[in-house]
Design a protein. Structure first.
Length: 225
């Protein structure tokens, strides 16, 4: 029964993402190379307007800076690394040049075995790389509910995966935002519009050196903020 339930949830999540993501509804005339923001509710933008999510704000910042990339929001609320692994073929269908991988928080909050989360993330990374995609890994931290050993090992897992797979790492996706009542919604977990603005700047700090190495150089020398 549990296996049937897991399969049902997996199919439902993938259909939901396929119906709501820009990967399916994209205009064929938009030939810009693609950046896929691949994650859970923190990527999807749960609780904020669509235009206030971090992928939407990232798109505007890249446009302002003259980077001709199209950002696709592939965030699904509640997604785990297991769900993300099942979504990899959908991600690759978008033919992204860059994927910002933000997954694992829901695994940690559920207290799932770290070796399982690590294995799933490792498989996601390898499959994306095999598909010709550059991966940026977003690190996460947990509240101390599960004890110092679990939380420390969880945080270290991202550093290890980044090192093993030679990835650029966003050390902590919610740096400067997590734990701030003024930058998070009432649930204390999901950022506000202002919180996502801070996150976008941190994401930019990591992805801009990567984008600058691509063939497509920024067309603007506008002052950076």
């Amino acid at each position: 029964m549990k296996q049937f339930h897991d399969i049902f949830i997996s199919v439902f999540v993938m259909l939901l993402w396929a119906l709501t993501s820009g990967a399916v509804s994209a205009s064929a005339s938009d030939t810009r190379p693609r950046i896929v923001a691949f994650g859970d509710s923190l990527t999807a933008g749960l609780g904020v307007q669509t235009g206030d999510s971090y992928p939407a704000q990232l798109q505007r910042r890249l446009d302002d800076l003259g980077y001709h990339y199209r950002v696709i929001n592939a965030g699904v609320s509640g997604d785990t690394t297991a769900g993300g692994l099942r979504r990899v073929p959908w991600i690759l269908n978008s033919k992204p040049e860059l994927v910002i991988l933000e997954l694992g928080a829901n695994d940690g909050l559920r207290g799932l075995p770290l070796d399982q989360t690590e294995s799933n993330l490792g498989q996601i990374i390898r499959r994306l790389q095999e598909g010709g995609t550059r991966v940026i890994l977003a690190g996460m931290k947990l509240p101390p509910n599960y004890g110092p050993d679990y939380t420390a090992s969880f945080e270290a897992m991202y550093r290890m995966l980044a090192k093993e797979n030679r990835l650029s790492l966003i050390p902590f996706f919610l740096q400067g935002v997590g734990g701030s009542s003024s930058l998070n919604q009432a649930d204390g977990i999901h950022p506000t519009k202002e919180g996502y603005t801070i996150i976008v700047e941190q994401v930019l700090n990591v992805i801009r050196p990567v984008l600058d190495k691509q063939i497509r150089k920024p067309s603007s020398t506008r002052e950076q903020s």
